[in-house]
Write a protein that binds this ligand. Sequence first.
Ligand code: NI
Length: 212
Amino acid sequence: MFGKGALVAAGLLALAAGAGVWWWNSRTAAPPPAPVTAASLTFGGPFTLVDHTGRNVTDRDYRGSFTLVFFGFTMCPDVCPTTLQNIAMVMQLLGDDGAKIRPLFVTVDPERDTPATLAGYVTIFDPRIVGLTGTPEQIAQIARAYRIHYRKASDSSAGYLMEHTAVMFLMAPDGKHLTHIPPDMPPRRIAETIRQHMTDSRSPSTNSGKSQ
Ligand code: NI
């Protein structure tokens, strides 16, 4: 517990800090730095990996298609299988539009997820899902590019699990980031979101936000 004196002291400190900030702001002519928002951050970029058929691939191999990029590992007990199931359902819901998008499942566990392991996993859900692996350095590089977090957890004689960010990234055919898709979004809404972006990309003039 904090005594009353500590609370008063904390309050005075906060006041002093506030006054300090005000003093600093009033003395500097420079505008405050632009706030860091999701929109000002970049997601994605060049990568070099190996797909589940053993083929060396780069981001350029998927240009011309929308991509849905997400990260996980084949031994994931819950989140990854659910996500893959949802994506399989999204692909069904998209119907013919499914041909315009490649779901890319990037492993965060390259030690165990070889191309063969990935091939026996992703294709169970939907043959259009691409599994990607690589060297630990290549995986670290793409994880940095997409700003996702992963780390080995609960290492024991029985094996280990990986912690990882479960958000999905919808990327445009030119490789630019369009939007994040939270892992708990229902498949029907994911399909709607993807369709909306496909429609927007067909009519860029109506999507510029400028009225003529
Ligand atoms: Ni997972």
